[in-house]
Every structure is written in C-alpha cells, then in structure tokens.
Design a binder for this molecule. Structure first.
Ligand code: EPS
Length: 372
C-alpha cells in the first residue's frame, strides 16, 4: 500500500528520513553465495554523496554501511539483507522557517495534503537522502549482474542547463565531480555552477544511463515490460520529470526506415530502440535518459502560503544542491541495476530452461544517437 518497496523477486524496501537517526534498507530475494564486504559500498556511495565537491550540498555524511543480516562469513545467505547508515550531520534548525510554510515546487505541500502531518527537517522522507539506500542496494545488484551475466551499468551527465558535451569519452566521466564526458569542458562547468550557486538559483539537467551486456529475453509482456519498469524506476528518483528509452522523444520526427534497427548475423546496425523491443531486451545495450528538474530549495524568494493559508514569502536557507543532476548519475545507474537484476531473476524463474534460441544476433557495441 505505502510503496516503500521496489522489485518483485529482488525486493528492496527503504526506510528512514533525512534528519532521523538513520536510513536503511532490507533486500529480500538476493541470490545466496555472493561475496560482499561492507567496504564494497564505499565507491558508489561516495560518488553519490553530498559534500564531496564544492558543487553539491555541503552536508558531510560518512555514509558508513552496517550490514545487519543476510551475510555470513562474507557471503550472502539468501535471507533478508538489512543495511543501515546512521545520519550524523543533520542541521534541523535550517528548516525552522519551513515548518509553517511550503516551498514552491517542493513535496512539502503534497506530503501535507496527503498525510496531514510531515517531518519538515531536511524534507523528511521526500529528501534525496533516501537515494543513498538505493545506491547501496544496487552495489549488490551490480556485482551479481557483472559476475553472473557480464552486465555493466554506467551513466554520465549529458546536459546541464544549455550546456551539452562537445566530445564523448567514458574515461573522462569518473575524473570530474560532474560525471561529465568531456574533460575539456570541466573548467567551464565549474565556472557555471559557481555562478549559479552565487545567484541563489538552480538549474535542470539530463543524465544518460547505459547497461552493456544485457542478454536478450529480460522483460515481461505486457504489464511487466522492461522499459515500463525502467521508466517507473527512473521516474521514482527525486526531481525526475522525464524519462526516455533509446531515442525516446526524438522518435517523433523519425521515419520507420530510420528508427528500426536493422539486423544481420554480424549484429544490429543501430540502437534507436534502446535495447528493448516489445518490452523485452534484444541483446543490445539498454539505454535510458532522464531529466531532473531544477532544485526547488533556492535562495530566490518565492510566493507561497503558510499553514494558516496566508500569503508567505519563502527563501530556503541551508545546504542545498544548485543542480541535483550533478549527483544523479549513480542513482540512475542504481535504479537501472535494480530493475535488471529483478528481471534477470524473473526471466530465470519462468524461462530458465529455454536456453539460447537460434538465430541469436551477436551483441554489438553499436552506439546510439545520443548515448555516445
Ligand atoms: C536535500 C537537502 C539537503 C541535502 C540532502 C537533500 O539536506 P540537508 O539540508 O539536510 O543538508 O544535503 O541530500 C542528502 C543529505 C543526501 O545524502 O543526498 C533535499 O532537500 O532533498
């Protein structure tokens, strides 16, 4: 009913609020025998975390994962895996003004209308802090996908405001705090985000995410389509307002003769479909793109109302991201990985005996129109 759980066979339930004592998750359905160590969460959690560069919120959380259950002598046991991260750097007084007003463009108002009560500290459950646990759960998903199927999920920042990459290099992506694929543009991005922060405003962004190595067959007709589940998963990320699979909305101006991905026994000639046909993976890279809205917690005064229904001017103080898209790449990767492991297990459950069906078009590394 309350939708804090995600996935059918690899089920992740998250709990906790931004300023509560801790956040956590329970993963049910993880295959047994996977080696996992608490230190393995470090890399992706740091990639997502606040306070790791001057271009994001300056809240400093260690994001230290405690494994409470489901792992014995370094291996998953098949029982529920409980992960916990204690919150250590809450500064709830920043939210003193928000207690009696609603930030325009924020979930403050809708949580209030739905529940009649809300935890205003740090946005409570609506805070992007919750995505920490998605990334943690996906560390396990990514590892299983890589070991069992050779699937690798990675993403990058594809646009911030009007700025798009001039060049594309996967190696550049992890070398800068923006996950930007063109190293030469990074100084210009730094200048742009610094100016944005000084202005007190925020900006939107686009993040692209790609899974290489996905075999054909994952995804279920008709209500469990891989692209349907992917779209829902990506849209569930805070601030996401748009999702595209493959060419997405660019398909509106394409002819069928261009959009179709022609096939030969050498591979697919293109990947406009984003690796999914009829809701089922084709063996091509699975590609998706998301748009994140500009952060609503900004210093520019905005008109709103207070709890008494009177006009109020809202200015959001405290530590906020001028562009949430800057930290969204690991989160988008996480949601794609969680969808893929769930569908891998669902495919194995129903169709595990089918095996490889001929003819099978070899996996190609053919790129797509806007995924590099
Ligand atoms: C957030 C507001 C800020 C961010 C937070 C997301 O919270 P606070 O005011 O408590 O510092 O720091 O992000 C995280 C804490 C995180 O780990 O992602 C918001 O309004 O969503």
């Amino acid at each position: 009913m309350s939708s804090n759980s995600f996935g059918k066979l690899f089920t992740v339930t998250t709990f906790g609020e931004s300023h509560g004592p801790a956040i956590g998750c329970v993963i049910d359905g993880c295959p047994p025998g996977l080696a996992i160590d608490a230190q393995e969460f470090r890399h992706d959690l740091d990639r997502r975390a606040t306070g790791r560069s001057r271009f994001t919120s300056q809240r400093h959380e260690a994001d230290e994962v405690e494994i409470l259950s489901g792992v014995y002598e370094g291996r998953t046991t098949g029982t529920p895996i409980a992960l916990l991260i204690r919150n250590t750097d809450q500064r709830s007084k920043d939210y003193g003004d928000i207690v009696s007003t609603f930030r325009p463009g924020h979930a403050d108002y809708t949580y209030w209308q739905k529940y009649g009560i809300r935890d205003p500290r740090g946005g409570g459950r609506s805070s992007a802090r919750e995505t920490t646990m998605r990334v943690a759960a996906a560390v396990i998903a990514k590892k299983w996908l890589a070991e069992r199927h050779g699937v690798h999920v990675r993403g990058y920042l594809a646009q911030i405001g009007e700025i798009v990459p001039d060049a594309f290099d996967w190696d550049a992506v992890e070398q800068n705090p923006f996950f930007w694929p063109d190293a030469a543009q990074v100084p210009a991005l730094e200048t742009y985000v610094n100016a944005l922060r000084k202005s007190g405003d925020s900006i939107g962004a686009r993040v692209n995410v790609v899974a290489d190595g996905v075999p054909p067959g994952w995804g279920e007709p008709v209500y469990g389509k891989l692209d349907g589940d992917l779209a829902g998963a990506l849209m569930s990320i805070n601030a996401v307002k748009g999702v595209e699979i493959g060419d997405g909305f660019a398909a509106v101006t394409q002819h069928g003769s261009r959009h179709r991905d022609e096939m030969s026994m050498d591979g697919f000639a293109s990947n406009h479909a984003g690796g999914i046909l009829g809701g089922i993976s084709s063996g091509q890279p699975v590609t998706a793109s998301i748009v994140l809205k500009p952060t609503s917690s900004i210093l520019i005064p905005g008109r709103s109302v207070n709890l008494a229904g009177q006009p109020a001017e809202v200015v959001t103080k405290g530590r906020h991201d001028p562009c949430v898209g800057i930290r969204a790449t690991p989160i988008a990767e996480a949601m794609m990985a969680l969808v893929l492991i769930d569908h891998a297990l669902r495919h194995r459950a129903q169709c595990g005996d089918v095996g490889v069906v001929e003819p099978r078009i070899p996996r190609s590394t053919c790129g797509t129109s806007h995924h590099g």
